[in-house]
Unconditional design. Structure first.
Length: 98
């Protein structure tokens, strides 16, 4: 048992990061490409910042997406939120959606 397992309150405060990817194909679904909590989440964020990837904070959506296995498409329940994020990213990049 790790120290975090003994202190559930500490687990709740650990950062959570989820990375999504998608391709430009109209039929393609966004999928989870990385997921992590604590130190792994910090590494995901550091990599995103280092590569100029836009990051958005949404703890509710992150919690939903953290339940999805890596390389799996996002569930229908998360489509609306993820589409908003992708729209935001397109606007940031000044790239029109396909």
């Amino acid at each position: 048992m790790t120290q975090n397992d003994e202190n559930p309150a500490k687990n709740a405060d650990d950062p959570l990061a989820i990375a999504l990817s998608y391709d430009d194909s109209p039929a393609a679904l966004a999928k989870v490409t990385a997921s992590g909590k604590g130190d792994v989440a910090e590494q995901i964020l550091q990599l995103a910042f280092a590569h100029g990837v836009k990051v958005r904070t949404d703890s509710d959506l992150a919690q939903i997406l953290s339940e999805i296995e890596v390389d799996c498409p996002i569930p229908l329940e998360a489509f609306a939120a993820v589409s908003e994020i992708l729209s935001y990213l397109y606007r940031c990049q000044e790239k029109p959606p396909v």
